[in-house]
Design a protein around this ligand. Sequence first.
Ligand SMILES: NC(=O)c1ccc[n+]([C@@H]2O[C@H](COP(=O)([O-])OP(=O)(O)OC[C@H]3O[C@@H](n4cnc5c(N)ncnc54)[C@H](OP(=O)(O)O)[C@@H]3O)[C@@H](O)[C@H]2O)c1
Length: 308
Amino acid sequence: MSQPANPRSRPARGTGSILVTGATGMLGRALCARLAASKTRFRALVRVHSNRDLLSGTGAWMAEGDLLRPSSLIAPLEDVRLVLHLAGSLRGPDYSVHVEGTRNLLVAVASSARIVAISSDTVLRTHRSAYAESKAEMEALLAADPHEAVVLRPPMILGPGSPHLASLERAARLPVVPIPPSGRKGPVWVGDVADAVLAAAELDELPDGPIGLPGELQPLDALIKAVAEANNWRIPRTVSVPRKALTGAARLLGSLQSRPLLDLERLDGLAEEVRLDPRRARELLRWDPKPLREVLRLCYSSSDQNPT
Ligand SMILES: NC(=O)c1ccc[n+]([C@@H]2O[C@H](COP(=O)([O-])OP(=O)(O)OC[C@H]3O[C@@H](n4cnc5c(N)ncnc54)[C@H](OP(=O)(O)O)[C@@H]3O)[C@@H](O)[C@H]2O)c1
């Protein structure tokens, strides 16, 4: 695997005209594995402290840059015709990579380049978290920009190393799980999302607006039980907790802690069910996501670095 000694050095010949941002992330690793399998030459945008070992074996040219440092993007974007823009921050509190990072990318990339960007289904919520607001702002930037852009809106993505899977596992380990008011969730397999990104890159015509990537909708308690079952753990009992009780607990915790564990903004988001239209992804991208049982089977049988 090649690495530039100087991050501002010109990319070597033959490193391809595709740049993947967020390559070291959960989705990025699945995407890079696919590009490697099809022997596609590409560059992976990595930060100084990114764990480059996560991309070993993909043949990616490591192009050092940070989306929040505009000057660092010039060399990685040289001659790039396609950006697969997956970089993001799930946990905050700083979501500037979605807005400032995307703005810097749009300034630095050639006007003829296409961008496939990963947003989130949370932009459709009426109670938007700071994360969802930043993704909505990113979408608005892309919509107002003259570059060709295809925006994808996945819901919760599951795969090896997924923080959502870790949360579900923590809940599934409890003997009794309190369930707050929650809409159904439609998690998707990380490899299916990577396939959608590649299909979006190949579209002949730009779609009219973002494309949702919905998975099989399940109530939260069923999801937690399915995780327990997939691990052969004892199936936990679930009890619904009314919002009123949670509000009281949140107020109490808020008065006791500077950063309370129980965040009402998140709970409001959880309560809402986001409906994504499955037909557009099916028709435009020929996308056929795996059902939950299969998603979980793959989560526990795939290797972290090469999700199938
Ligand atoms: N995971 C989900 O359930 C989910 C659901 C819906 C949408 N999404 C979106 O899907 C995308 C991929 O998610 P993921 O789960 O793969 O995320 P992830 O595992 O947290 O990876 C995030 C990636 O973004 C890179 N990154 C962050 N800040 C950057 C910056 N300033 N400059 C360059 N690179 C930067 C990280 O690089 P380092 O290695 O250097 O940290 C890492 O490669 C994100 O945009 C996320 O918002 C995720």
